[in-house]
Design a protein around this ligand. Structure first.
Ligand code: AMP
Length: 257
C-alpha cells in the first residue's frame, strides 16, 4: 500500500479539522497518519507498530475527535499512556486539534496528581480522557470515572506500559469498558504479551507498521565506551586523537556547564 497521500482532505477528515490542521501548519499527512486515519474513521480496530516522532498522536487523535459528540459531556474516548508526561503531551496535542471545536474538553489524569483536583475535574465532565493505567483504574473503581458512553480506547506505547508493569491494569481497564468500543493499540515493539493482549481484546485488527523516521541510517556505525565521570574528558580527547577518519565532530552534552 502506498503511503504517499498529498493532503489530509483525501483521508476523509471533516472541514473543521482540516481547517485546524492547515492553521497549525500540518500540510502533508505522515505515513502513519495516511494509513491509520482511514482505518480508524471506518471504525476498525488496529495495531500500529510505530515510535514517537512518526506523528502517531495525530494518527489516532484526529479520528477520535471525529467521533465525539460535543453535546454529550461524558468520556467518549480513553487514551492510556505509560507516563504522566506522555499523558500531558497527548492531552495538549488534542487540545490544539480542538481549536475549532468549541466546548471540547480533554482531561489528563495521572498518578501523583491530587485526587481532590481530579475528582473535581472529572465531575465537570470531559469528552476524552488521557490517563495512566493505575489512576484510571482507581477512578473506575471509585466510580468517579464512568465509561458507559465510551466509543474508543487507545493504548499508546503498549510495550512501555508492559515494561513498567502496568499491563495487568490495562487488561483490567479493557475488561471494564463497553465491548462494542473501537480499540487501537500502538507499540514500538511487539512482544508476545502485547500480541496476547491484542488477540484477547481487539476485533479483527488491521495491522500497520511504520519504520521510525528517526532510525539511524545504515552508513552510521555506533560504538560506546563506559568510563568513570572523572575520566570522561581524557577518554574523549584520546578518542578524538586516535580517530583519523573525520573532519569534525558534534558533542552532545546534558547541561550548560
Ligand atoms: P508524534 O510522533 O505524535 O509525537 O509527533 C511528532 C511531532 O510531529 C509533533 O510535534 C507533531 O506536532 C508533529 N506532526 C505530526 N504530524 C504532522 C504533520 N502531518 N505535519 C507536520 N507536523 C506534524
Amino acid at each position: 500500500m502506498s503511503t504517499t497521500v498529498e493532503n489530509f482532505a483525501a483521508l476523509g477528515l471533516s472541514e473543521s479539522l482540516l481547517k485546524t490542521l492547515s492553521e497549525i501548519g500540518y500540510e502533508t499527512p505522515s505515513p502513519i497518519q495516511a494509513q491509520c486515519i482511514p482505518i480508524l474513521l471506518d471504525g476498525h480496530d488496529m495495531i500500529g507498530m510505530a515510535q514517537t516522532g512518526t506523528g502517531k498522536t495525530a494518527a489516532f487523535a484526529l479520528p477520535l475527535m471525529e467521533q465525539i459528540d460535543i453535546k454529550l459531556t461524558k468520556p467518549q474516548a480513553l487514551i492510556l499512556t505509560p507516563t504522566r508526561e506522555l499523558a500531558i503531551q497527548v492531552a495538549e496535542a488534542l487540545q490544539s486539534y480542538a481549536k475549532n471545536l468549541p466546548g471540547f474538553h480533554v482531561l489528563p489524569i495521572y498518578g501523583g496528581q491530587s485526587m481532590v483536583v481530579q475528582l473535581r475535574q472529572l465531575s465537570r465532565g470531559a469528552h476524552i480522557i488521557v490517563g495512566t493505567p493505575g489512576r484510571v483504574m482507581d477512578h473506575l473503581e471509585r466510580e468517579s470515572l464512568k465509561l458507559d458512553a465510551l466509543k474508543a480506547i487507545v493504548l499508546d506505547e503498549a510495550d512501555e506500559m508492559l515494561r513498567m508493569g502496568f499491563i495487568d491494569d490495562v487488561e483490567w481497564i479493557l475488561e471494564h469498558t463497553p465491548e462494542a468500543r473501537q480499540t487501537a493499540l500502538f507499540s514500538a515493539t511487539m512482544p508476545n504479551v502485547i500480541r496476547d493482549v491484542a488477540r484477547r481484546h481487539l476485533r479483527e485488527p488491521q495491522e500497520i507498521k511504520i519504520r521510525a523516521a528517526t532510525a539511524t541510517v545504515s552508513k552510521i556505525s555506533q560504538r560506546y565506551w563506559l568510563v568513570r565521570g572523572v575520566d570522561k574528558l581524557d577518554a574523549l580527547t584520546r578518542i578524538l586523537d586516535a580517530e583519523e577518519s573525520f573532519d569534525a565532530a558534534i558533542v552532545f552534552v546534558r547541561t550548560k556547564i
